[in-house]
Design a protein around this ligand. Structure first.
Ligand SMILES: Nc1ncnc2c1ncn2[C@@H]1O[C@H](COP(=O)(O)OP(=O)(O)OP(=O)(O)O)[C@@H](O)[C@H]1O
Ligand SMILES: [Mg+2]
Length: 254
């Protein structure tokens, strides 16, 4: 556990959502270790807990129980302000919907998270922003506003924003979900290039084709990490159930 190469260590993570009458077990006994430089995909069907898991990894949400060590620090029981600080320094987020701020320029969007870092002056921030935009091939659009960019370009800016803080890990939630296949492939190529440059990346996707591109594939089903064989079997059973559901009314209509 104290291995300096371990960026993330989750042990026995459970997440239970309590709403009026229903208790949803979104994650049950999740154990996951991610090492420095790994490129991991987490995939599984809708509702299996992918976003919940990524939110916990990114310190946006807390687990109901279990332990979470991020870069050697126990982060499971931090106060929300301490969590925000760790998040800002250690985590780079890439969201499906880009989440850029419309009335800030590209440059200002990338700089914004850095302004919350007490340890960085304006010069350092400017250098980081320029470097990050250069890396994603968007330096020539620094003064544009998000609405003036294509979806693929906006996502590249979002990747630059995530990179600028030099985080321990990049977390991406369906980063290609709002893009056409061409732009989706460009974003995947960019993530691949970052990985080859040493970045640690964890990407959530329900798109099997994109999951296949990563070095390590984690399969989630019904809130649990399962091995490949189990995953294939459970998916097949799920599809058969769906086919049966769809098949019935169709047959009845004939
Ligand atoms: N805030 C919440 N309150 C109650 N239940 C929730 C909440 N967030 C998620 N859930 C439930 O937890 C389960 C996992 O949801 P999650 O969003 O993590 O799935 P997902 O794998 O990301 O799905 P998708 O592929 O559709 O994005 C679902 O059953 C969902 O209904
Ligand atoms: Mg999701």
């Amino acid at each position: 556990m104290n291995d300096t190469n371990t960026v993330i260590a989750l042990n026995g993570i459970r997440k239970v959502f309590q709403t009026d009458e229903v208790e949803t077990h979104a994650l049950s006994d999740v154990n996951l270790e991610i090492k420095k430089g790994e490129y991991v995909s987490i995939s599984g069907p809708s509702g299996c807990g992918k976003t919940t898991l990524l939110s916990i990894l990114g310190l946006l949400d807390t687990a109901t129980s279990g332990s979470f060590v991020l870069n050697g620090h126990d982060v499971a029981s931090l106060s929300s302000s301490a969590r925000a600080q760790v998040r800002n320094a250690e985590i780079g987020f890439i969201f499906q919907a880009f989440n850029l701020i419309g009335d800030l320029t590209v440059q200002e969007n990338v700089e914004l998270p850095l302004t919350y870092r007490g340890d960085m002056n304006a010069n350092e921030r400017r250098t980081r922003v320029a470097e990050a935009l250069e890396r994603v091939g968007m330096a020539h659009r620094a003064r544009h506003y998000p609405a003036q960019l294509s979806g693929g370009q906006q996502q590249r800016v979002a990747v630059a924003r995530a990179l600028a803080g030099r985080p321990a890990i990049l977390l991406a939630d369906e980063p290609t979900g709002n893009l056409d296949s061409r732009n989706g492939e460009a974003v995947m190529a960019l993530l691949d290039e970052l990985h080859k440059g040493g970045a640690t990346i964890c990407m959530v996707t329900h798109d099997v084709r994109y999951a296949e591109l990563t070095e390590r594939k984690v399969r989630l089903f019904d809130g649990r990490i399962v091995d490949e064989e189990t995953f294939v079997r459970l998916r097949r059973e799920d599809e058969q159930r769906l086919d049966a559901l769809i098949g019935q009314p169709r047959e009845a209509a004939v």
